[in-house]
Design a protein around this ligand. Structure first.
Ligand SMILES: Cc1cc2nc3c(=O)[nH]c(=O)nc-3n(C[C@H](O)[C@H](O)[C@H](O)COP(=O)(O)OP(=O)(O)OC[C@H]3O[C@@H](n4cnc5c(N)ncnc54)[C@H](O)[C@@H]3O)c2cc1C
Length: 407
């Protein structure tokens, strides 16, 4: 059996592990544009100079030998031909497969604002190669503009603070990390970043940016006319699944590659996992999907059932936050808040079910909340402060992690 995996991110790596655990003799070939296995969540540590390329690797040192994987790195798949069970590479090679996994992630999206797409000093932050280019540009750049204050934008800013840059972050929403946080939790991070010298411009969009004769943009104009001078621009305005190599493949795609719960695509023996599916966009889910795809590629039946809208642990300046489920308040929600000097906790309950938690400062004991959200357990009947719910309030049914209220 010949397994081919496109992508050496967490989805591809976890799939390869799962395949080797099931199939000791099959051939595993991994192909990636990346030349280093690296955690994208750690790229800010490379930008800050805290870690080198090797320090971003999230696999064991002998991973490829141990799992007997042939890794072709620095190569791009340019076409997938399911009818022939072949893929084409940018090297001109054509390779065959018995089972194929698409784990080729996503690309930064640079919006078509002015000449952002043409300028030589504008970068997304997705790959180690982006971080390397940003570090190089930062050697001479004094003023940095970050467009977007999601996790990626703030990671970029966080990394560059260490390099002593004058940083401005522009955000369309009324707070930073608008997907993950409410206004209160966001303010805690805003204060910490501002203390470190970052200036936030909220509720504003970039509306014009013109290249100068040196090919660079030296100021960006916002929608209120304000001009932000800059020598380096990092655009963190979202990602798009990497679908270019699938254009003439006939494989069903919408925002991402369409998959069923076994991670099968519309083409026989072709699977997809991770950000390329656009199901989630976060690391733990990409890892789960990769593992599940790998098992299914070996003939087992495993299903992906994680439906959390959000599941993030955030840590800037030592302030840790966990958000799971739904964060934005909706009509009919009961909102529970507990706050003291050490922590801020917010729980959203709708129709007796916990739909989202946001814990900042102290995230201990969060496992129970993830369980309640995932299994939609009715908490309306419990006669105690909701924040004091713990595993002791349940008894376990069977031995596979199922719980019911202990009454
Ligand atoms: C800066 C940053 C910070 C993040 N922080 C967090 C965080 O704190 N928490 C969290 O949960 N998630 C975070 N994420 C998201 C997380 O990193 C992704 O969800 C995860 O990396 C997705 O894994 P993946 O394997 O699907 O794709 P990727 O990690 O993107 O890997 C894709 C692989 O495919 C390869 N590839 C792409 N196209 C081709 C092609 N045509 N041919 C060959 N190879 C190709 C690439 O080289 C790469 O090896 C962050 C992402 C970024 C960029």
């Amino acid at each position: 059996m010949k397994y081919v995996i496109v992508g050496a991110g967490v989805a591809g790596i976890q799939a390869a592990r799962a395949i080797r655990e099931q199939d000791q003799t099959g051939e595993i070939l991994m192909i990636s544009a990346d030349v280093h296995v690296h955690s994208r969540c750690m790229l800010h540590k490379f930008i800050s100079g805290e870690r080198d390329e090797a320090g971003l690797d999230f696999t064991e040192r002998d991973f490829f030998d141990k799992y007997r994987i042939n890794w072709k790195k620095g190569l791009r798949v340019t076409a997938v031909l399911p009818d022939k069970k072949e893929i084409r590479l940018d090297s001109g090679e054509t390779l065959s497969y018995d089972k194929l996994l698409l784990a080729n992630g996503a690309d930064s999206f640079i919006p078509p604002v002015g000449q952002l797409r043409e300028a030589s000093n504008v970068y997304g932050l997705r790959n180690l190669s982006d971080a390397q280019a940003i570090v190089k540009e930062a050697e001479t750049a004094k003023r940095v503009l970050v467009i977007g204050s999601g996790l990626v934008g703030l990671d970029a800013a966080y990394g560059l603070i260490e390099r002593g840059k004058k940083l401005t972050v522009v955000e369309m929403a009324d707070r930073i990390l608008p997907v993950q946080l409410d206004a209160h939790a966001a303010k805690a991070y805003e204060d910490l970043f501002e203390k470190a010298g970052v200036r936030f411009v909220l509720e504003r969009k970039a509306s014009e940016a013109v290249c100068q004769p040196d090919g660079k943009i030296h100021k960006v104009i916002l929608d209120n006319g304000e001009e932000i001078p800059c020598d380096l621009i990092i655009v963190a305005a979202g990602v798009r699944s990497s679908l270019a190599c699938l254009e003439s493949s006939g494989i069903d795609c919408q925002r991402g590659v369409t998959v069923d719960s076994c991670m099968r695509t519309s083409a026989a023996d072709v699977y997809a996992a991770g950000d390329v599916t656009a199901l989630s966009g976060i690391w733990p889910n990409a890892a789960d999907q990769g593992r599940i795809a790998g098992k299914n590629m070996c003939g087992l039946t495993a299903r992906y059932t994680d439906t959390y809208a959000i599941k993030n642990t955030i840590n800037f300046f030592g302030l840790v936050t966990l958000c799971v489920g739904r964060i934005q308040k909706e009509e009919g929600d009961q909102v529970y808040i507990r706050e003291d000097q050490r922590q801020y906790k917010r729980i959203l309950v709708k129709d007796g079910r916990v739909e989202g938690i946001l814990f900042q400062g102290n995230i201990a004991g969060a496992g129970i909340w993830q369980y309640l959200i995932k299994n939609q357990i009715d908490v309306s009947g419990i006669d105690k402060d909701i924040f004091d719910i713990n595993y002791g309030d349940f008894y376990q049914v069977g031995d596979r992690g199922k719980y019911e209220w202990a009454v």
